[in-house]
Design a protein around this ligand. Structure first.
Ligand SMILES: *[C@@H]1O[C@H](CO)[C@@H](O)[C@H](O)[C@H]1NC(C)=O
Ligand SMILES: *[C@@H]1O[C@H](CO)[C@@H](O)[C@H](O)[C@H]1NC(C)=O
Ligand SMILES: *[C@@H]1O[C@H](CO)[C@@H](O)[C@H](O)[C@H]1NC(C)=O
Ligand SMILES: *[C@@H]1O[C@H](CO)[C@@H](O)[C@H](O)[C@H]1NC(C)=O
Ligand SMILES: *[C@@H]1O[C@H](CO)[C@@H](O)[C@H](O)[C@H]1NC(C)=O
Ligand SMILES: *[C@@H]1O[C@H](CO)[C@@H](O)[C@H](O)[C@H]1NC(C)=O
Ligand SMILES: *[C@@H]1O[C@H](CO)[C@@H](O)[C@H](O)[C@H]1NC(C)=O
Ligand SMILES: *[C@@H]1O[C@H](CO)[C@@H](O)[C@H](O)[C@H]1NC(C)=O
Ligand SMILES: *[C@@H]1O[C@H](CO)[C@@H](O)[C@H](O)[C@H]1NC(C)=O
Ligand SMILES: *[C@@H]1O[C@H](CO)[C@@H](O)[C@H](O)[C@H]1NC(C)=O
Ligand SMILES: *[C@@H]1O[C@H](CO)[C@@H](O)[C@H](O)[C@H]1NC(C)=O
Ligand SMILES: *[C@@H]1O[C@H](CO)[C@@H](O)[C@H](O)[C@H]1NC(C)=O
Length: 790
């Protein structure tokens, strides 16, 4: 993923910067030449730069301006400067929301070593002079709106680091760059619209260590001269349209540590040439058309840390040599045609923590050997034709470090064991959807007190929903839909801390995606009343109890669910009146109490005026909406019973960091089975964006692409959202992600709100490619939080 590569770039940059000499501004008056160049620079911008004051004044000393570093002309060896003046050697204004264009006159800053204008809104073409700085070493323009192509002539003899990722640049790649710029170590061109083939030229960049070309529109194969780059550590080509066989030339990249060719059209077998790559750690090759099996040299690599070949057409038996694979930490071979038994030897891969083997064609059971899999943290075997759940659970409970267990679409029709000795103390995620399991909710599950996400939907479970679900203090997602549960909604669910306040995010801002649906349907018949305590769920956004047999009044306390947008209580036996307190639910935009036994007057005011008559029909109500009740007899087979509580509470997390921690330090777990979606709008949006609209545009990310049921709902949700006016729906797969969370959308805090709008608009670009990283977003949102408290 390009984002990952960019982070690597940042790290490299850090090192390079450390090596570079620190320039300090003394009490120098800046040279007239540089003052004029900076004044011209400001003229290209729409707004003045904060901290630069009146840039017109010639008495100004630009060496003291924000983001400017000067060296004396004498120290720079500029003997011709008559007076010793300050020469601008660094111009660093990242993240300043600069809007406008970069003019040719920037080239007059001829002593510049560092130019950092990353994360701004600079647009139009890159000036010719930008590529002809004699002394420039670090050029960082990543995440702007630059467009057009790169000038054909480049002469940056001192350049070490060049990053123009995440812009709208097009045309062909500047493969000739190293003819004049021979010192370059890191080249970042990812997340642009470069097209054409990866033609020869880059092979002359002999000092190159990091080459990031991911997320462009490149076609054809990898030009062979790239394999001459003896110092290359990272090669990122993901998310292009590259095709053909992967060349055996890869074997010549002796320094290679990370190869990302995922989401291209590479085909044929993976060449068995990795034995010579003694530093090779990360191989991301998912979503190509590779056939054959895992080559021997990969299956025996002592340096390999992550192997992700998900979504290819590999087959045969998984034959890994765990005596050799001593550093393997994450293995993702999901969505291939591997067959035979589940590999028995995996536990002898000493460092293996994360395994995704979903959607293959295994036979048999979870092997006994997995009892000794002490390091195992993440295990997914969805849709793998595995049987004997009872044995699987007995074996896996011995894996004390297991936090995520995904077993959807296996064990068809078996009973969910209620063996009281079962105990999964560290389990956080349990997904066993669509297994047609029978039995009732087992008591042993109550012991998994760290559960955050439970999906047991599409089974045949019966009996009550136990009240001990209320004891899972970190639970934020519960899906029990399409089972046959009966009885009351446990009142304990109304006390779940994660649904009431921000306890999760206070403890850990990354804890999971804040959605909490409880779904019941088909044969489920929930009876009893709606607990007034549901009013405690201040962070609840959707509350849906339609098609049940709930009775009693609608509690006026529901007005305490102050974030509520959707309230569906239709098709129950609710009686009494509609509480007037509900008019205080100022975010409410969808509402129905149709087909109950309600009487009295429909509340007036605020949103209630906007709800259609159909929201109230089938009652004995009067008032503006008191449409005459239609006699309606529903045939029982039409009855769909559903409870849905969706909570978009507090945490603005994405992938649980535990999952990430479990792997190697890199961000490979983002690759590791994550399915994500981001909804985007035009960056100019916020001028006329209402709060409601913004709420509708919340970016959404799901935890894992591997939880069958979640995926299905997820798609439905995304479709629904996309139909609702989202032209720039983000491509689901393999793009960078961010999460917007409504937790701050609190009407009392206008200032916060505006900041959120700003952030939203910084993130929502008219092109789906340009947005800040999740890390940045989280930190921005965190800052808002802090500011509010102070
Ligand atoms: C700039 O000045 C600093 C001392 O303030 C010095 O260490 C550095 O070498 C100078 N840079 C150049 C490029 O001469
Ligand atoms: C730099 O200027 C400040 C005031 O502008 C002064 O206090 C300081 O002594 C000066 N330093 C040098 C090294 O001239
Ligand atoms: C600076 O000078 C330009 C023309 O050189 C002028 O248009 C602009 O208004 C001046 N700005 C200020 C703040 O004086
Ligand atoms: C100084 O100026 C002279 C004449 O303008 C020029 O020939 C020479 O190359 C310059 N030297 C430097 C170091 O710029
Ligand atoms: C540019 O600034 C950003 C934000 O401070 C920083 O992360 C990046 O490393 C800088 N790049 C260079 C070349 O200094
Ligand atoms: C190398 O630099 C020279 C002088 O600036 C320029 O004319 C030429 O086009 C450059 N070559 C390439 C391949 O950019
Ligand atoms: C590059 O983008 C510009 C608009 O920014 C467009 O006019 C031009 O045709 C594009 N060129 C190519 C080669 O796609
Ligand atoms: C590509 O790989 C396939 C199978 O691995 C092989 O049959 C074919 O000859 C290869 N094509 C080329 C051009 O090397
Ligand atoms: C799987 O890979 C194919 C290309 O081989 C791609 O089109 C598809 O979107 C990928 N699917 C997933 C779920 O990654
Ligand atoms: C395995 O990982 C350890 C720790 O990161 C590292 O020191 C060692 O060099 C690695 N082994 C190989 C063969 O790369
Ligand atoms: C497995 O790896 C070990 C250690 O590198 C090696 O000695 C052994 O020959 C390998 N086995 C196979 C079948 O390649
Ligand atoms: C199990 O997890 C703990 C805490 O995360 C860790 O310290 C320990 O090393 C892990 N055990 C194994 C065998 O990986």
């Amino acid at each position: 993923m390009a984002v990952q590569d960019l982070w690597v770039l940042f790290l490299v940059l850090g090192l390079l910067m450390f090596r570079a000499q620190v320039l300090q501004s003394q009490n120098l008056t800046c040279s007239q030449n540089d003052l004029k160049a900076l004044q011209d620079f400001v003229r290209g911008l729409k707004l003045p730069i904060e901290g630069w004051g009146d840039t017109n004044s010639s008495s100004h000393d630009c060496c003291n301006w924000l983001g400017i570093t000067c060296n004396s002309s004498s120290s720079l060896g500029l003997v011709n400067d008559s007076v010793d003046s300050g020469r601008v050697t660094k111009l660093e204004l990242p993240n300043r929301r600069l809007n406008g264009e970069l003019l040719e006159s920037i080239g007059s800053l001829d002593q510049l070593r560092t130019l950092n204008l990353s994360h701004n809104f600079l647009k139009n073409s890159l000036p010719f002079s930008l590529f002809h700085f004699p002394k420039l070493e670090f050029l960082d323009l990543n995440s702007n709106d630059f467009s057009g192509s790169i000038p054909p002539s480049i002469n940056l003899p001192s350049i070490i680091f060049l990053d123009i990722s995440s812009n709208y640049l097009n045309g062909s790649l500047p493969t000739h760059i190293c003819q004049n710029s021979s010192r370059i170590q890191a080249l970042g061109l990812a997340v642009n619209y470069f097209s054409g083939t990866l033609s020869p030229g880059l092979g002359s960049c002999t000092t190159l260590e990091h080459l990031c070309l991911g997320m462009n529109d490149l076609t054809g194969g990898i030009s062979e001269d790239i394999f001459q780059l003896q110092k290359l550590k990272l090669l990122g080509l993901q998310d292009n349209k590259l095709s053909g066989n992967l060349s055996a030339g890869i074997s010549k990249l002796r320094s290679l540590e990370r190869l990302d060719i995922s989401s291209n059209g590479f085909s044929g077998t993976i060449p068995d040439v990795f034995h010579s790559l003694s530093k090779f750690k990360f191989f991301l090759g998912h979503s190509n058309d590779f056939v054959g099996t895992i080559p021997h040299s990969l299956a025996n690599s002592p340096s390999l840390n992550l192997l992700n070949l998900r979504n290819n057409s590999l087959g045969g038996i998984i034959d890994l040599n765990c005596s050799a694979l001593t550093n393997l930490s994450s293995l993702d071979l999901a969505s291939n045609n591997f067959s035979g038994p589940v590999p028995v030897n995996l536990p002898s891969c000493k460092n293996l923590k994360n395994i995704n083997l979903a959607r293959n064609k295994f036979t048999g059971q979870i092997p006994e050997s997995f009892r000794d899999f002490q390091g195992l943290s993440f295990l997914s075997f969805s849709n793998c034709s595995i049987s004997n759940l009872s044995s699987a659970l007995q074996i896996l409970q011995q894996c004390k470090n297991l936090t995520t267990l995904v077993l959807t679409l296996n064990f068809h029709g078996e009973a969910l064991p209620d063996n009281p000795v079962l105990h999964f103390e560290n389990l956080k995620v349990l997904v066993m959807a669509n297994c047609k399991l029978t039995g009732s909710m087992p008591q042993w599950l109550a012991g998994s007190s760290k559960l955050q996400l439970v999906d047991l939907s599409w089974n045949r479970l019966t009996g009550p929903i136990p009240s001990w679900f209320g004891g899972f203090v970190n639970l934020f997602y519960l899906d029990l839909s399409n089972n046959s549960f009966t009885g009351e909604i446990p009142k304990s669910l109304t006390g779940l801390p994660s649904l009431i306040n921000r306890s999760i995010s206070i403890e850990d801002p990354f804890t999971g995606f804040p959605i909490f649906p409880v779904k019941e349907s088909n044969d489920n018949i929930l009876t009893g009343r709606i607990w007034p305590e549901f009013g405690n769920l201040k962070k609840l956004h959707v509350f849906e109890l339609s098609y049940n047999r709930l009775s009693g009044p609608i509690p006026s306390e529901l007005s305490g669910m102050t974030s509520l947008e959707t309230l569906y209580l239709s098709h129950n036996n609710l009686s009494g009146t509609i509480p007037w307190s509900l008019v205080n639910l100022s975010f409410l935009s969808k509402f129905s109490v149709a087909y109950n036994q309600l009487h009295g007057k429909i509340p007036t005011g605020s949103q209630f005026m906007t709800f259609p008559n159909s929201s109230f029909e089938g009652n004995h109500l009067c008032g503006d909406h008191g449409a005459p009740p239609l006699p309606k007899i529903r045939s029982t087979f039409l009855l769909t019973l559903m409870i849905m509580i969706v909570l978009r509470a507090n945490s603005r997390g994405e992938v649980d960091p535990e999952w990430v921690d479990a792997g190697a330090d890199d961000k490979e777990l983002e690759e590791f089975g994550s399915g994500l979606v981001v909804l985007l709008q035009n960056k100019e949006c916020y001028k006329d964006l209402s709060l409601e609209n913004l709420l509708k545009k919340l970016a959404i990310k799901r935890l894992s692409g591997d939880c069958g049921q979640m995926d299905r709902e997820f798609h439905a949700e995304v479709e629904a959202l996309s139909r609702a006016q989202h032209p720039n729906l983000m491509k689901k797969e393999n793009r960078e992600s961010e999460v917007f969370d409504p937790f701050i959308y609190d009407k009392q805090n206008d200032k916060e709100l505006h900041r959120v709008f700003e952030i939203a608009c910084l993130c929502l670009s008219e092109y789906p490619k340009l947005r800040p990283s999740t890390e940045q977003l989280v930190s921005w949102l965190d800052n808002i939080d802090t500011n509010t408290n102070t």
